[in-house]
Ligand binder design. Structure first.
Ligand code: C5P
Length: 231
């Protein structure tokens, strides 16, 4: 079937006017696609984890693009106009934040921190401040406020959910879309887009195992799925 769009980890297929089918691939990229590989079974994990988390968030009143799971690797979502922003929420310093400010990974932050990056592969998704988002007309002020408030709410819900499953949510990335004047949480929420540390061992259980060549990547993804579904 004709593709609407193929990204690094997902393929979008058009359905009707209102919905899309998302297919989750096993391909993995890191560092703006300079590093590439395959994580066997990743597509299944990311589809199932995303579906479970979108359902949880919907139950708690967060509006998302999720409609239903279609198969092991596919979900149906509402069509939205994606805002060209990556919204990152951090609880502890890690990854690009730790590097930028010369901090040890795991340094706690005094308060949850929301950061924005411009979604632009050619520019390497540069960090962008809220005033620049508004000055460039990338989002209306009300939309930006809604995105920020929703991100903090999503963080509260997910942090508690993962803590009950022995996983510490360190940071995560969200994307939002607009549809009929409404802001909906879109894209995916998976071990590709979150940092999750095992509370017992401190071990990363997410894409950092791939980024840093730590081994056990496939097993970590399967374990996250097991804990998410295990309840
Ligand atoms: O690399 P950095 O520390 O900026 O990443 C913060 C969080 O956002 C991590 O959980 C990472 O997996 C996620 N992220 C993402 N897609 C990107 C950049 C970061 O999902 N393009």
């Amino acid at each position: 079937m004709e593709k609407l769009y193929e990204g690094k980890a997902k393929v979008l297929y058009p359905e009707g006017e209102d919905t899309l089918r998302v297919y989750f691939k096993d391909e993995a990229t890191a560092f703006n696609a300079q590093k590439r590989g395959i994580i066997p079974g990743k597509g299944v994990v990311n589809n199932k984890v995303s579906a479970a988390l979108f359902r949880l968030l919907e139950e708690r009143g967060v509006k998302t693009h999720f409609v239903e799971e279609l198969s092991e690797r596919e979900m149906r979502v509402k069509r939205v106009r994606i805002l060209p922003l990556e919204v990152i929420l951090r609880y502890k310093a890690a990854g690009s934040f730790a590097k930028r400010y010369g901090l040890k990974e795991g340094t706690p932050l005094k308060a949850p921190l929301v950061e924005f990056s411009l979604k632009n592969d050619a520019l390497g998704d540069p960090l962008i401040c809220e005033d620049a988002v508004l000055a460039l007309g990338l989002a209306r002020p009300e939309a930006l406020e809604a995105v920020k408030a929703t991100t903090l709410r999503v963080g509260e819900i997910l942090k508690a959910f993962f803590a009950e499953r022995g996983l510490e949510l360190v940071d995560f990335k969200l994307e939002f879309g607009e549809r009929e004047g409404e802001i909906l949480l879109a894209d995916e929420i998976s071990p590709d887009t979150m940092r999750l540390w095992d509370m017992a061992t401190g071990e990363p259980m997410d894409k950092d195992r791939f980024r840093k060549d730590l081994g056990g990547v496939e097993a970590a993804y399967q374990e996250v799925l097991r804990r998410v579904l295990g309840g």
